[in-house]
Design a protein around this ligand. Structure first.
Ligand code: DLZ
Length: 518
């Protein structure tokens, strides 16, 4: 009797815990393209194509390596449409003595998995995902008894544990964190080196056609598809990043330039999150670039922090806080997501460009996500569940474990500050400093109120004012609240009226769009 090993779409690693120790002669690997995963939120077309193509390539590699793979395609007539349905069918075909699976990255999927044993009647072993440095249990122990979960302290432990960028017991260079050196705004004409593109092969083209037909009404473009879909292609992308963009990655990592969609970013997160690249290996190679004098410490430390700090921390927070995190709404935000998040039709140049790159590439970089798209949602009081669903839909690297804490906790303060010590709220001045968007915008960033003023300006004060009971005693907001309280009554009224007028206009535009769309 065989062992059945289901491998999910974001578990495409040859060293996966469930495959280790299995004998290929006695194992059936099960891979499933199922409608429920593509449609429980209506994922970006390019994201579905990436996942299906990477899955099909991975299955071919496994077969070549001697594994027996039972691969269920989306268009198989008998496809049951869900992981559970497909595992039940596979158990009927193979009569396994054991089902071995690695824990998924989505609480929803884990809940389903926990029922498999009952449905199928054979033991189901759910293994920890050893591709993460910090297990769910270890993170829970770290978090136990802490009132606030700050990434910085967790990150230092990961540095000590891995020895990355350490000189004995001390951080290389004497500081743990070089973020302050990584915040330059863009000079005129800033341009990144070309990103490696991977032309779709026959297998990917077949998937693109399937997705274009089956998910035609989902958001996003397919015509620019050029993601790496195998570990080998992802390695080419990683090597190009380490050589061409890592040295300048740090300095410009928060900069935004209209039409420059990738700048010096690694753009490796989809491949990492699918399992095509090993984050620890990338960190070691980035460190080697620093040690060889080819990349500055601030850039390398920033990159390492994102992978062994932020990424691991976010995943720990997700499992600690679920399922409550999905419902959190500390600030009581109730506005529906504006239609321009889908259409890109807004006069705000920053938001229009960020939606455009999202639609074209299923990608936007972290500051576009946090400080433009997320910041607007925070200031305008958009319902966290709408915003979280949008982020999960539109980004190729977005899986629930990584997207939800970033959106609900970091961007929207929906968790009341367990993750971030203050809301990441910013007015137009921040966007102007970090981008070239404002120069081409019909709104004037220097104007504070009125129909021509950048909406972020009045919305910023409106946000602070309407949330004063929840945020007014936050020490990190002491300065802005002091400024707000010092303003004349007249000025404050002007700000609030300006923000109200903008929000009303937004609501009217959406109502008009909805009528038109019917
Ligand atoms: C996101 C996604 C999509 C769109 N489709 C599939 C699929 O058909 N089969 C599959 O195995 N995985 C898919 N995924 C990724 C899963 O949603 C992901 O593995 C779980 O959410 C756990 O993180």
């Amino acid at each position: 009797m065989t062992v059945l090993v289901p491998v999910l779409g974001d578990q495409l690693s040859h060293g996966l815990a469930s495959l280790k120790g299995c004998d290929p002669a006695d194992t059936v690997v099960l891979m499933m393209e199922v409608a429920e995963e593509a449609a429980h939120v209506r994922h970006h077309k390019a994201k579905i194509a990436l996942i299906f193509s990477a899955m099909r390539h991975f299955a071919a590699e496994l077969r070549k390596a001697g594994w027996r793979v039972d691969y269920i395609r989306l268009d198989d007539p008998e496809n049951a449409g869900s992981f559970t349905g497909e595992v039940i069918r596979a158990a009927e075909r193979h009569s396994p003595r054991l089902i071995r699976v690695v824990e998924p990255g989505d609480w929803r999927v884990e809940q389903a998995m926990l029922d498999w044993q009952t449905f199928i009647g054979c033991p189901v072993e759910i293994l920890p995902d050893s591709r993460f440095l910090c297990s769910r249990d270890e993170f829970a122990s770290w978090a136990a008894g802490r009132k606030e979960l700050r990434m910085e302290f967790f990150y230092r432990e990961m540095r000590r544990r891995t020895g990355l960028l350490m000189d004995g017991k001390d951080p290389v260079g004497g500081k743990w964190n070089y973020d302050a050196a990584n915040r330059s705004g863009p000079p005129t004409g800033l341009k990144g080196p070309p990103l490696p593109r991977f032309a779709p092969d026959a297998m990917t083209n077949e998937v693109i056609e399937l997705v274009g037909t089956r998910f035609a009404d989902h958001f996003g473009a397919l015509d620019k598809f050029s993601w790496p879909v195998t570990a080998q292609e992802a390695e080419t992308a990683a090597a190009a990043f380490l050589k061409d963009r890592l040295p300048t990655f740090g300095q410009w990592q928060d900069a935004m330039v209209r039409g420059q969609d990738f700048l010096f970013h690694a753009v490796l997160s989809p491949a990492i999150n699918l399992g095509l690249l090993d984050p620890l290996d990338l960190c070691r190679r980035a460190e080697a670039e620093y040690r060889a004098g080819r990349a500055p410490l601030a850039a390398v430390e920033g990159f390492v922090r994102q992978l062994i700090g932020w990424r691991e921390y976010i995943r720990g927070v997700y499992w600690l806080e679920m399922p409550g995190l999905a419902e959190d709404n500390y600030l009581g935000a109730t506005r529906p997501l504006p239609d321009f998040y889908w259409t890109g039709k807004t006069d705000m140049a920053c938001l229009a460009d960020c939606v455009r790159t999202t639609r074209d590439n299923a990608y936007a970089h972290h500051i576009q996500r946090l400080m433009v798209l997320g910041n607007f949602a925070l200031l305008a009081g958009i319902r966290p569940q709408d915003v979280a669903d949008w982020f999960l839909v539109v980004y190729a690297d977005a899986f629930d474990w990584v997207e939800l804490p970033n959106v609900a906790g970091m961007a929207l303060f929906a968790d009341g500050g367990r993750l971030a010590s203050k809301p990441y709220a910013a007015s137009g001045a921040y966007i102007d400093r970090m981008s070239n968007y404002c120069g081409s915008c019909r709104y004037k960033v220097k104007l504070k109120t009125g129909p021509d003023a950048c909406p972020f300006n009045a919305l910023y004060w409106h946000f602070l004012d309407r949330n004063e009971d929840k945020l007014g005693r936050n020490m990190r907001l002491a300065n802005p609240y002091a400024t707000w309280r010092r303003m004349s009554e007249e000025k404050r009224t002007e700000y609030l009226a300006s923000a109200e007028a903008f929000l009303q206009q937004l609501q009217n535009a959406d109502a008009g769009w909805a009528r038109h769309g019917q």
